[in-house]
Design a protein around this ligand. Structure first.
Ligand SMILES: C[S@@+](CC[C@H](N)C(=O)[O-])C[C@H]1O[C@@H](n2cnc3c(N)ncnc32)[C@H](O)[C@@H]1O
Length: 385
């Protein structure tokens, strides 16, 4: 279905500027207009000074023009290219392939699909060496994070990188980590986002001993612009709504509380890696055999045995969460956080508010899934409240 062009190009912009980019090509032309080059390709490269993006413009009758851009020069160059009347953009990232075609009416026809095999290979190849914060960063030593936690935090930052918004012009970026625990992610995200401009970060946790520990830690590290509060994800009421909401392994429905709050606040970016999916399991197990016999026949074989039931309901929980976010104006994807060998809780829901209306029929699909399983997810309940 065609979409408005400006938000679709903004989505492409986010991918071109993100750390996940593998390759992008702009080509073709729009009706009645000619871009400055018939084809432009962007490819990131690692050089000793860090990451760069090589932009190669083909030119009619002349050798291609190649520029190598650093992080400071890239946004301007990308904006210039997006302003050119190219007819097509093809973007490969490590987590998705996005193809945008401009229709005769000047709208965008966008296909969003799985990453290309070459992009997956690139991701696997360099996953080990790409770090947002170095594994020996003193922060990790101070918070006592083990290697598995470091990998999760680094992977989380890697997923945040393409969508993490820059601070607004007139104030610091407001970030909250709900269910912050020992503040591994809170402090790492604060450190990393602060490299882009001023940030105020709040960690929220229900446990006062945890929050006391986090406050002492932040003070010991001399970290500025971070505070911690004792509260529940679903009740914490900040003076001003956060721009970015994070939740790494917030227990069970604490993830739903975090997502519901993020929607209410109208947060621009939400990243949640759920864990301990008990909500739907509780509802299904409460009805035991009847839950199986009354479930949609297509699901019964997956509900009969405990371990398969758990996996089905884990997947259903996160799929419904993603769809509910889409229904509330968020472009959402579910991606792998980190190799399963490091943690089985490796699904990450990543949502960026674009206020686009949800795909036709999505509300009906969500209702049908709930009906087939005989459940009402916590997030649906919280968003209705
Ligand atoms: C598994 S730990 C994860 C901590 C941290 N995000 C991490 O990944 O290291 C879950 C944390 O969520 C907190 N928690 C549980 N329910 C919560 C709620 N409703 N609101 C806020 N925090 C909650 C717990 O106290 C605990 O510290």
């Amino acid at each position: 279905m065609p979409e408005p062009l400006a938000p679709a190009l903004a989505e492409v912009r986010g991918l071109l500027l993100g750390d996940d980019l593998v390759r992008a090509v702009a080509a073709g032309r729009r009706r009645g207009a000619t871009p400055r080059a018939p084809r432009v390709e962007l490819r990131p490269v690692e050089v000793s000074a860090g990451r760069r993006v090589v932009v190669t413009e083909q030119r009619d009758g002349a050798a291609p023009l190649t520029r190598t851009l650093d992080a400071a020069a890239l946004p301007g160059a990308v904006d210039e290219l997006l302003a050119e009347p190219f007819g097509n953009w093809h973007v490969d990232t490590r987590s998705a392939t996005v193809q945008l075609r401009v229709t005769k009416k000047g709208e965008a026809q966008v296909h969003r699909g799985a990453p290309a095999a070459t992009a997956v290979a690139a991701a696997t190849h360099d996953r080990a060496k790409r770090h947002r914060l170095a594994p020996d960063d003193p922060l990790f030593t101070a918070v006592g994070a083990n290697a598995a936690k470091r990998r999760q935090v680094d992977a989380f930052l890697g997923r945040l990188a393409p969508v993490g918004p820059p601070p607004p012009a007139d104030r610091p970026l407001r970030v909250v980590d709900l269910g912050c625990g020992n503040a591994y992610l809170t402090l790492a995200a604060h450190r990393w986002l602060s490299t882009r401009g001023p940030v105020r970060t709040t960690g929220v946790d229900v446990r006062d001993d945890v929050v006391a520990h986090d406050r002492a830690l932040a003070e010991r590290l001399g970290e500025e612009g971070v505070d911690f509060v004792v509260d529940a994800a679903g009740t914490w009421a900040p003076a001003e709504p956060p721009d970015v909401v994070l939740a790494l392994h917030a227990c069970d429905t604490a993830t739903d509380e975090a997502l519901a709050q993020a929607v209410r606040w109208g947060a621009r970016v939400v990243l949640a890696a759920p864990c301990c999916h008990k909500d739907l399991r509780r509802q299904v197990d409460a009805r035991r055999r009847e839950a199986v016999t009354h479930a949609d026949p297509s699901l019964r074989s997956m509900l009969r045995d405990g371990i398969l039931r758990q996996r089905l309901l884990d997947t259903a929980t996160d799929a419904l969460r993603a769809d509910l976010l889409r229904l509330h104006g968020y472009r959402t994807d579910a991606v792998e956080l980190v190799d399963p060998e490091h943690t089985p809780r490796n699904t990450l829901l990543r949502a960026v508010r674009d206020d686009r209306s949800a795909p036709d029929g999505l509300a009906g699909e969500v209702a049908a899934t709930c009906e087939a399983l005989g459940v009402e997810p916590a997030l649906a309940r919280l968003l209705r409240a």
